[in-house]
Ligand binder design. Structure first.
Ligand SMILES: [Zn+2]
Length: 173
């Protein structure tokens, strides 16, 4: 399944019984909530997962997720690339009650009719991993671009970054 686009739905039990692995791409535009936050929905999320049934007969998958996403630079409001790399430890359950029985290091994924929507499964983890504020490198940033991008003429003609950006930048360090 190398370099394939992963299916939209899949049955994790089938993969776990067969101790299968899967890896491939999910287009970013399949993540609706995430796309709304990003500067662009172009690109892919790459996922690798190894499935198994553990000694307590739980359906488990561990692996990783990588993506390059475009977030909004808080200084110039243009897109800035951000590399994501997450470890995944997932436990597939039938309902919230079963989720409580999972060891704490597994994130529960609730199956509907034994199936999982792949994008839903990891979307919240990606959103949580996004930087709270993002900036270009000082040299690559172009705060004056905001003037041209904005249709209003009443923006101050001031090249100093606003104090709130500086504050956020300090907090991010
Ligand atoms: Zn910038």
């Amino acid at each position: 399944m190398l370099n394939d686009t992963l299916p939209k739905y899949f049955d994790p039990r089938k993969y776990a019984f067969n101790r299968q692995a899967f890896e491939g791409y999910v287009p970013l535009n399949r993540f609706e909530e995430l796309s709304a936050i990003l500067a662009s929905d172009e690109g892919n999320v790459f996922i690798h997962l190894d499935f198994r049934v553990d000694e307590d007969r739980r359906y488990i998958a561990t692996g990783s997720l990588t993506a390059q996403v475009q977030v909004v630079c808080q200084r110039c409001m243009e897109a800035v690339a951000h590399d994501l790399a997450l470890d995944l430890s997932l436990g597939f359950v039938y309902d919230e009650d079963h989720a409580k029985n999972l060891p704490g290091d597994y994130d529960p994924v609730v199956m509907t009719d034994g199936e999982v929507i792949l994008a839903d499964m990891v979307e919240q983890e990606i959103i949580l991993a996004l930087p709270i504020v993002a900036y270009h490198e000082e040299s690559g940033c172009n705060p004056t671009a905001v003037k041209y991008a904005s249709s209003t003429d009443d923006a101050p003609d001031d090249e100093k970054p606003n104090p709130f950006s500086i504050l956020a930048q300090l907090k991010a360090k």
